[in-house]
Design a protein around this ligand. Structure first.
Ligand SMILES: Cc1cc2nc3c(=O)[nH]c(=O)nc-3n(C[C@H](O)[C@H](O)[C@H](O)COP(=O)(O)OP(=O)(O)OC[C@H]3O[C@@H](n4cnc5c(N)ncnc54)[C@H](O)[C@@H]3O)c2cc1C
Length: 488
């Protein structure tokens, strides 16, 4: 048997290029004259909690794992795939291999941090160790702090400090980590399940709705495609009918491409579009820092004074229950909201502009706590990341790390007119409205009877009347927030 000097435990970094943990494991093994054992665990602590056995994220991970294994085989190695609780599997795996050091990329989410602490303790108990390598964001949360050493609470000054830190040492911060294994460096282990179908079956899942192509190959082709129109990012990024954004969030989520590679690509392009795009990637860093520094914000308002806002509870209030169901199922009667919610369930994707509008609608028009929406997104979004999801929801609810006051409330009709002016995207997801003229597509209840008849729209029969009146609910929100906020 080969001597194993290091284990590379891959989790949210499903790639071979520019992978910090893998680079560290290879370097350690080179220094100690042994091989690296690469391992991925289908963690039952996560999988068992998923409500659907055909969860499309599992499909994406399986495809990415299979591609990783295939690429490793070309170097004479392979990926060990385990199924069980990672808290037990990793220590047992390391113990069986003679207690090599285990390398993994850092995870600041509360679940990941607790898991890693436990695995680290168990490994140390028998003379091994868990070495965490920062990899998932450009900067680790503790790297970007205010002049007085405290975490930033607002994005703009954070971004200034982020940019300054990057400009100080761009080569070292953005350098691609040397993680491409040479022939024979990764241990080979033959596995019974090497194709995606067999792997899914082995872990008790099946293929659900189609997912984007996984693995590094999928990520890289999305990046190449996006770079052909990155110049237009500034103008196209808000229109759901246009593929104006990169669609790389799923790749950042599962690490099928390195965030450094994206920032390198963005900085290599001249123009405002690419610069704007890099600043959006910095939002992701920011939210990861917020979550790491303020873990209570997973459930509680970042702005503590807003913790006392009164919300309607779908568990105890039948009206709120019905409104929440209408929001989830895309039948609020507001076409821009309903199209977004339907697209989410059908594809696992929602455009950023739509995320902001539906989140504002749930919290400010329906007065339902942002946590409900955050959990719904967590169930369906392919790219769900706790930090960005909680950050995005708190931003939209007005309770988050944000310079804007809580009285920013999106008007769902005006947002539709502005960002999907011809209604082409709404028509795709709300075919009941397909024949309605552009003028009425964003507010069908205002259309004259003859227009509705001609378009085949029957209010409260094949298209719901609006579940609430936006103007009235806006006033109600201002009242509720005003009561606890003591001003903006
Ligand atoms: C209520 C709400 C919930 C959200 N939940 C998530 C989530 O669970 N996971 C997630 O990755 N993003 C989330 N976002 C942020 C944003 O909507 C997505 O990152 C973006 O739509 C992904 O599309 P893209 O890859 O084409 O983005 P691009 O526009 O191409 O941006 C490039 C990358 O920058 C990052 N990014 C862009 N915008 C944001 C942002 N506002 N906040 C944080 N990072 C950003 C993403 O990693 C994205 O892939 C949420 C936003 C809101 C308002």
């Amino acid at each position: 048997m080969d001597s194993i000097a290091a284990v590379c435990w891959l989790r949210r970094d499903l790639r071979l290029s520019d992978n910090g943990a893998l680079a560290a494991a290879l370097s350690h093994a080179r220094g100690h004259g042994g091989k690296v054992a690469a391992v991925f665990v289908f963690d039952t602590d996560i999988l068992d909690a998923l409500p659907d056995r055909d969860d499309r994220r599992v499909g994406f991970i399986v495809d990415s794992v299979v591609e990783l294994d295939r690429t490793l085989r070309a170097t004479g190695g392979s990926l060990q795939v385990l199924h069980g609780s990672a808290r037990r599997e990793i220590p047992a795996f390391a113990a069986a291999l003679g207690r090599p050091v285990v390398f993994a990329s850092g995870d600041h989410e509360p679940f990941g941090a607790a898991r890693d602490a436990q695995v680290g303790r168990e490994l140390s108990a028998f003379g091994s160790a868990l070495r965490i390598v920062h990899d998932h964001a450009i900067f680790a949360p503790q790297r970007i702090l205010t002049g007085s050493g405290t975490p930033f609470r607002v994005f703009t000054p954070y971004f200034r400090a982020w940019t300054a830190a990057l400009e100080r040492e761009p080569e070292s911060v953005l350098a691609a980590r040397d993680s491409r294994p040479r022939a024979g460096e990764i241990r080979f282990v033959d596995q019974p399940a090497q194709d995606a179908q067999a792997l899914l079956a082995r872990i008790g899942f099946s293929r659900g709705a189609p997912v984007p192509v996984g693995g590094e190959s999928g990520a890289r082709s999305r990046l190449q495609r996006f770079l052909t129109h990155v110049d237009r990012y500034g103008t196209e990024r808000d229109q759901p009918s246009v593929e104006g954004t990169s669609r790389l969030s799923v790749d950042l989520r599962f690490g099928t491409i390195s965030v450094r590679e994206l920032v390198r690509a963005g900085r290599n392009r001249p123009g405002e579009g690419a610069a704007k795009w890099v600043s959006e990637i910095a939002w992701r860093d920011f939210y990861q820092a917020v979550l790491a520094h303020f873990p209570r914000t997973v459930d509680h308002a970042f702005q503590e004074r807003l913790e006392g806002v009164v919300w309607d509870d779908p568990d105890t209030d039948s009206v709120a229950k019905e409104r929440f169901a209408a929001w989830c199922e895309g039948r609020t009667g507001y076409p821009f909201v309903d199209a977004a919610m339907r697209e989410l369930r059908a594809t696992g994707w929602m455009h950023n502009r739509c995320r902001m509008v539906v989140a504002s609608f749930l919290t400010k028009d329906l007065h339902i706590h942002w946590k409900r929406g955050e959990r719904w997104f967590a169930r369906w979004l392919l790219d769900v990341e706790l930090a960005s999801n909680v950050g995005g929801w708190q931003w939209s609810a007005g309770t988050g790390a944000d310079a804007q006051p809580w009285f920013r409330i999106f008007n769902p009709v005006e947002q539709g007119k502005r960002w999907d002016s011809s209604g082409s995207w709404i028509r795709k997801w709300c075919p009941e409205l397909a024949r309605l003229p552009d003028k009425w597509i964003h507010a069908p209840w205002l259309a004259p009877t003859g227009v509705l008849r001609e378009a085949g729209v029957e209010l409260d029969k094949n298209w719901p009347k609006p579940v609430v009146d936006h103007a009235a609910e806006r006033a109600e929100t201002l009242e509720r927030f005003g009561r606890v906020s003591g001003g903006a």
